[in-house]
Design a protein around this ligand. Structure first.
Ligand code: HXC
Ligand code: NAP
Length: 270
C-alpha cells in the first residue's frame, strides 16, 4: 500500500462538533491532506476561529452554526455543505456535552440534555446526512467514549448516550452497507488539552490517577484520533464497518475510573 492512501484532495468532509478539540483536530488533519471541510457547531465565534485555522492549509472550509438537537437546522447545514462541496465522502459526528454528577445529583433535564446532544444529535446528523453521502464510498465516524461499555459512576448520562451511539453505529452499518456506506465508532482515550478531559480530570491528582490507568502510560493526542479517522476513511479501511474501535492507550481495559474526588471539587448543587 503506498502513501497515496492518505490523499484526500478534493474530497468533502463534514464534521459535526468540528469547532474545537478532537473534532477540530480531525477536520484539520483532513484539511492538511487536501480535503474541503465543513464544520457545524453552535458558537459563531468558535466557528470563525476554527475556519481561520482550517483555511491556512489552502483548501476551502465552511462553517454552519446549528444545534445538533435541532433536526431541521442540521439538515439545512448538510444541504448547504452538499451544494458547496458535493457528495460527502467523510462524515464525522462528534458533538457532545458532559459534566460530572451522580445520578441523584442530576435532574431529568440534566440527563436529557446530554442524551439529546450526544445520541439524538448523532441520529439527527447521520439521518439527515444519508441523502448527501457519496454512494458508494462514504465513511461515517461517530465519536464515542469508553463510558459506552465501562459503567462509570458520575457519568450515567454519558454512559447511556454513548452506548446508544455505538448501537446506532452498528444498526446503520447494517442498513447502509448496501449503499456502500461504512459506519464506525472511534472511542478516544483521555486526550491531552481537550475540554472533555478538562471536565473529568480538572486537577493534578485526578490526572495522575487517570494516567496510571493507561497501559501505554500517557494521555493521547488529538492526532492519535485524527490518524485513525483517516485510516478508516482511506482505502485501508475499505472493508471495516460496524466496529467500535478504542484508540485509547488501553485505558478501557482497566475498568471503571473513580471520579468521586473530581466531582466533589466541581459539584453543582441541584
Ligand atoms: C448537575 C448540571 C451540571 C452539573 C449542567 N447541568 N451542568 N447538573 N451538575 N455540573 C444541568 C443544568 O442544571 C440543566 O438542568 C441541564 O443540565 C442543562 O443545562 P444547560 O446549561 O441549560 O444546557 P446547555 O446550555 O444545553 O449546555 C449543555 C452542557 C454544557 C452539556 C450542560 O456543559 C455544554 O454545552 N457542553 C459542551 C461542551 C462539552 O461538554 N464538552 C465535553 C465533551 S466530552 P436543569 O434541571 O437545571 O434545567 C465528553 C466526554 C467523553 O463528552 C469522555 C471523556 C473522557
Ligand atoms: P469539545 O472540544 O467540547 O467539542 C465538542 C464540540 O461539539 C464543540 O465544537 C462544541 O461547540 C460542539 N457542540 C456541543 N454541543 C453542541 C450542540 N448541542 N450542537 C452542536 N454542536 C455542539 O470536546 P472534546 O473533548 O474534543 O470531545 C470531542 C468528542 O470526543 C466528543 O464526542 C467526546 O464525547 C469524545 N471523547 C472525548 C474524550 C476526551 O478525552 N476529550 C474522550 C472520549 C471521548 P459549541 O459548544 O460551540 O456548540
Amino acid at each position: 500500500m503506498d502513501a497515496s492512501v492518505f490523499q484526500f484532495e478534493g474530497k468533502s468532509v463534514f464534521v459535526a462538533g468540528g469547532s474545537s478539540g478532537i473534532n477540530l483536530g480531525i477536520a484539520d488533519a483532513f484539511a492538511r491532506h487536501g480535503a474541503n471541510v465543513a464544520i457545524l457547531s453552535r458558537s459563531q465565534d468558535r466557528i470563525a476561529t476554527a475556519l481561520e485555522q482550517l483555511r491556512r492549509h489552502g483548501g476551502a472550509a465552511e462553517g454552519y452554526s446549528a444545534d445538533v438537537r435541532e433536526a431541521a437546522a442540521v439538515a439545512d447545514a448538510l444541504k448547504q455543505a452538499h451544494a458547496r462541496f458535493g457528495p460527502i465522502d467523510v462524515l464525522v459526528s462528534g458533538a457532545a456535552g458532559n459534566f460530572l454528577a451522580p445520578a441523584l445529583g442530576m435532574s431529568a433535564n440534566g440527563f436529557k440534555t446530554v442524551v439529546d446532544i450526544d445520541l439524538l444529535g448523532s441520529f439527527n446528523v447521520l439521518r439527515a446526512a444519508h441523502e448527501f453521502l457519496r454512494k458508494p464510498g462514504a465513511s461515517v465516524i461517530s465519536l464515542s467514549a469508553s463510558q459506552a461499555f465501562v459503567p462509570t459512576p458520575y457519568q450515567a448520562h454519558v454512559c447511556a448516550a454513548k452506548a446508544g451511539v455505538d448501537m446506532l453505529t452498528k444498526v446503520l452499518a447494517m442498513e447502509w452497507g448496501g449503499d456502500g456506506i461504512r459506519v464506525n465508532s472511534i472511542v478516544p482515550g483521555p486526550i491531552e488539552g481537550t475540554e472533555g478531559i478538562r471536565r473529568l480530570a480538572p486537577d493534578d491528582e485526578t490526572r495522575e490517577r487517570m494516567t496510571a490507568r493507561v497501559p501505554l502510560g500517557r494521555y493521547g493526542s488529538v492526532d492519535d484520533i485524527a490518524g485513525m479517522a483517516m485510516v478508516l476513511s482511506s482505502p485501508l479501511g475499505a472493508y471495516i464497518t460496524g466496529v467500535v474501535l478504542p484508540v485509547d492507550g488501553g485505558i478501557s481495559l482497566s475498568g471503571p475510573r473513580d471520579f468521586g474526588a473530581a466531582w466533589a471539587a466541581t459539584r453543582r448543587e441541584s
